[in-house]
Design a protein around this ligand. Structure first.
Ligand code: NAD
Length: 497
């Protein structure tokens, strides 16, 4: 057991502003790079879920939080954020050991992006004000001679109890992407992280208590699908904000249907990058190599399907191979490592199975394909690239969530767009071209929530809305309208004079 990982000795679940002993089974949590235990995590049982929802409900219905002004709540959340930053070394050490985050990504989305997103949400919250409606002036159809002369305002108010359910891959970013905007807008929250990364959520209890969040405003319950199921089916919950796979997204829709909640779903992807014949090949190859290997392929928006003009496809493949094979794979505790482990053995095995599925379908394995040499412990998989892939095959259609990229040839822009859109997902996309107008035209035709031209600013740009079409989700996270996901509009109208 590695006893040195911060925040792995939590006293229980965080419910109603207190640490409460969990009634579920405890889980041993392992470091995915070493398979060594880092702690034993409490897991919520039925009564804990019930208590967490009751605490959030009470804090909303009777607490001060929803009635506070945006500025007052923002002041508390600024404190919350300042504490996170003050304790950044401990948090980063936890993310390294629990999630397998490499140094490069820590400064990016995993920690730096989480802070940037929260700061941005605070900025948005302090700008929310009632918006005046137009003046209405017309003859009254019911009382002749008494004109209607009226106006009003639209106010935005919290939904009530928000449940946030998050995956294992970017836990801090996504836990904050649920909790921070929900809290800023006056909701109360029950947060349920992935069963593989409980500590990256539970530690927020310490931060909430120190920041002075009123009891019951933020509750944290750990557990797996059963806990998630209970949270989504409870009538006391008003809004579900979920990030995870499309399979679970669909289950959540069904589970919550009879209680008619508002749903916000951020789901999976199999995003395509179109490389036109005129693209900067070096840049396109580097983008590809970093994309399918980033966080060992455990990213929803990664560009993992490369649609490459046939005239440059052989050169592209050679360059991607050269770059990807130079990336150091290993334990993220080593700051020179670029590709870390998968979260668990099941994810490593699933990735290996997809290598076989690709081979069986006749795709050409051009890089990797197995366990990296010298890494017998830890859930590692080599960066793996297939060429000559059929877009209808499983390795081109299914989200693998491991470091596998697939290359598919095309001859015309129309063909590239058709191939890109021939997917049940629609989260992200990319176009590489020396002709920005042609790339923009293609971007408009892609059925995806985002498109990065020549690298774009990346999906780390929190000021851009992020989300999917089709099986990639419903709603948007981040961007200028982000906080509206957590608020209902109310029209208050009144006559004048
Ligand atoms: P997952 O769908 O297996 O689990 C996500 C969460 O749902 C976990 O907390 C899990 O315990 C919970 N859960 C499982 N079954 C449930 C049920 N029946 N009811 C309620 N909750 C349930 O996902 P994962 O493996 O943790 O993460 C990977 C997935 O997340 C990928 O598909 C990835 O694309 C997606 N993801 C999407 C985004 C985005 O913003 N679109 C971001 C990150 C990850």
């Amino acid at each position: 057991m590695d006893m040195n990982v911060p925040f792995t000795n939590v006293p229980g679940l965080f419910i109603g502003g207190e640490w409460v002993k969990a009634t579920g089974e405890h889980h041993v949590i392992v470091n995915p790079a070493t398979e060594v235990a880092i702690g034993t995590a409490p897991m919520g049982g039925k009564d804990d879920v019930d208590a967490a929802i009751a605490a959030a409900r009470h804090a909303f219905d009777h607490g001060p939080w929803p009635l506070m002004s945006f500025e007052e709540r923002a002041a508390v959340m600024r404190k919350f954020l300042a504490i996170l930053q003050r304790r950044s070394d401990e948090i980063k050490a936890l993310l390294t050991a629990e999630v397998g985050v490499v140094a490069m990504l820590m400064n990016g989305a995993q920690f730096g992006g989480a802070i940037a997103a929260s700061e941005y949400a605070i900025k948005l919250a302090t700008r929310i004000e009632p918006e005046p409606l137009a003046l209405e002036f017309k003859p009254n159809p019911y009382f002749a001679g008494r004109d209607i002369f009226a106006t009003g305002v639209t106010v935005r108010e919290p939904y009530g109890v928000v449940v946030g359910i998050t995956p294992h891959n970017y836990p801090l970013l996504l836990n904050l992407a649920k909790a921070v905007p929900a809290l800023l807008t006056g909701n109360t929250v029950v947060l349920k992280p992935s069963e593989f990364t409980p500590f990256s959520a539970l530690f927020l209890g310490y931060i909430a208590a120190e920041a002075g969040l009123p009891p019951g405003t933020l509750n944290i319950v750990t557990g797996g699908p059963e806990v998630g199921q209970q949270l989504t089916a409870d009538p006391r919950v008003d809004l579900l904000s979920f990030t995870g796979s499309d399979t679970v997204g669909k289950a959540i829709m069904a589970q919550s249907a009879s209680t008619l909640k508002k749903l916000h779903l951020e789901l999976g992807g199999k995003s395509a990058m179109i490389v036109r014949a005129d693209a900067d090949l070096q840049k396109a190859a580097a983008m590809a190599a970093f994309s399918f290997t980033m966080h060992a392929g455990q990213g929803c928006a990664l560009l993992t399907r490369y649609l490459v003009h046939n005239s440059i496809r052989p050169a592209f493949v050679e360059m991607v191979k050269a770059i990807a094979s130079s990336l150091k794979v290993g334990n993220p505790a080593d700051p020179s490592v670029i590709v870390g482990p998968l979260i668990r053995e099941a994810a490593r095995r699933k990735t290996a199975e997809y290598v076989q599925i690709g081979r069986d379908a006749g795709a050409k394995l051009v890089l990797g394909g197995g366990r990296p040499a010298g890494l017998d412990k830890g859930y590692f998989h080599e960066p793996t690239l297939f060429d000559d892939v059929d877009n209808r095959s499983r390795i081109a259609q299914e989200e693998i969530f491991g470091p596998i990229g697939v290359v598919i040839g095309f001859d015309t822009d129309d063909e590239a767009v058709a191939l890109a859109n021939d997917s049940r997902f629609g989260l992200n996309g990319g176009v590489m071209s020396a002709n920005p107008a042609a790339a923009y035209r293609i971007a408009l035709r892609l059925r995806t929530g985002g498109v990065a031209i020549n690298g774009g600013t990346g999906d780390l740009f929190v000021q851009a809305p992020f989300g999917g079409y089709k099986h990639s989700g419903i709603g948007r996270e981040f961007g200028p309208n982000w906080l509206n996901e957590f608020m209902a509009e109310k029209a208050i109208t009144y006559p004048i004079g």
